[in-house]
Design a protein around this ligand. Sequence first.
Ligand code: GTP
Length: 377
Amino acid sequence: MEGERPDPPDVPSAAHLMLTRYISDLQDADTPANPIQPKWHTGRLPNSKQGDGKPRLLLMGQRRSGKSSISSVVFHKMPPSETLYLETTTRITKDQMHSFMDFQVWDFPGHLDYFDPAFDVDNIFGEIGALVWVIDAQDEYLDAINRLNTTILNLQQHYPSINVEVFVHKVDGLSEDYKSDTFRDIIQRVQDELSDNGYENAPVSFYQTSIYDHSIFEAFSKVIQKLIPQLPTLESLLNSLCSTCRIEKAYLFDVLSKIYIATDTSPTDIGSYEICSDYIDVIVDISEIYGWDRSNPDAQKTGDSSAQDVSGDSGNDDAESLITMEKKGSNYLYLREINKYLALICIMSEDSPTEKKALVDYNVSIFQEALQKVFQR
Ligand SMILES: Nc1nc2c(ncn2[C@@H]2O[C@H](COP(=O)(O)OP(=O)(O)OP(=O)(O)O)[C@@H](O)[C@H]2O)c(=O)[nH]1
């Protein structure tokens, strides 16, 4: 299950040169090197009144479309079946998330008209990173689309940089044909309305989601990724790690929410995300039983053996690192806790990855150092 970090192995120089090069470039890592501004909102929130730069996600949509369920399942680990007993939301519910980055999730009651002059529209939309609009695909959705269209058109006039993320939700109960027809129909209706009003390139994206499978986590991963300014740097680091160690797919996960904040740029499929996400559950369960409270400074001072860094790496504040190799069909999974919030999971299909484990360990530790410079916290 766990292994000690070995002495740096005798690796081919090209292998670690590639990653160390990224470290030396990292002074600029906060700002993507590309001078072209990304078309999505980067979470920097230049208009932020508080200037706290904490992206805010708004959850909006019709009554009973599933907004509170999504927030409870993704951010509070509520089992999906328990959402049946959620009460209707009557006031705006604000959740503060403290994870690899701080952000807020605001859950809106379904019946509110946000553009009513009684509301301080600037206070609601002035500082947001993304608007997640939830449509119940099992219900009559024309009203929902009309409201969505009105909202997008309003936003386009006053806050054109806000990402609108449309979740076509509750697709679990639909047949494959009906599901794809509904999805296409919704996209068509929104795009027609936008182009009729001259907004061809509005930042609107669509996802099929359900709280009963991994789709909601995958969709949220993509929403959150657009708010991470360092995303291009993270992707480059992961690409480099994959090519150096011949890893098929690497994900950087936020352990608690199971959102992946970055992956290498090879094609993603939901199957590999599911395997990794289930694996995180296993690790979280095991570390709840056998883990230790790393925030306890006394334990380190007294040299309590239960609080030792399992990696044996005593200079590292985010000390615990966990290495696992497991055979899953023909694939192997490698997990390493990167810091308090993040874990790296790699999928490999080598015949015998144990032979190159030292190389992977070494490169992952370099990746870990690089990441600490990208995410200061
Ligand atoms: N089948 C299915 N049901 C879902 C899904 N997500 C939510 N639900 C159900 O939808 C119902 C309404 O969910 P809520 O989360 O309360 O909806 P809401 O949008 O917050 O509703 P308001 O608070 O009234 O605005 C609950 O019974 C949930 O169990 C889903 O993905 N699939």
